[in-house]
Write a protein that binds this ligand. Sequence first.
Ligand code: ADP
Length: 186
Amino acid sequence: MEAIINDTKLSIIQGDITSQATDTIVNAANPSLMGGGGVDGAIHRAGGLAILEECKQIVAEQGRLPTGKAVITTGGNLKAIRVIHTVGPIWHGGGRNEAELLASAYRESLKVAAENKLTSISFPSISTGAYGYPVAEAARIAVSAVVSFLKEQATSVREVVFVLFDARTYESYLLALQEVTDSPKA
Ligand code: ADP
């Protein structure tokens, strides 16, 4: 499914983010930036040690990455030339600002992409794996954060792709995009 927002194409696909050929792919990292399970482990395995080396340097310079923030490294051996690492919130039931922090992870990643004049970006479903965020809710937040950003900011980014690993997550994002694009205030 696709939508055009301003001059940017937003699409939703099911697949493996490590094989995407967008300029940049987003990693659902943790604050240590040292790799981990899920999509983080997959990106570091496919991208090679150059990504980890840059992550180590970033942590040495600025410390752990706070939740909702984003940094950029090389794409190493990936097709993508850069990886943007962001940290989504751990789900604690919704009362710890999780929704705002999740929206921030998407916004900050898009800001970093624009600052680096990148034109295309792929996102995974941040926080809905090990971090436990309920998928339907996370999908609505993810899609509305990206759509609002594209409506409000001038950006170099002409293409945004949500790359969802499993069918259930994919369906949730499709539904969220339908809801957001059908809603008159979106
Ligand atoms: P978090 O810790 O932010 O919850 P996870 O990596 O545990 O991050 O999960 C986030 C989402 O990424 C989940 O939907 C998971 O199925 C998905 N995922 C795992 N591997 C990949 C991959 N190679 N490409 C795209 N999505 C992936």
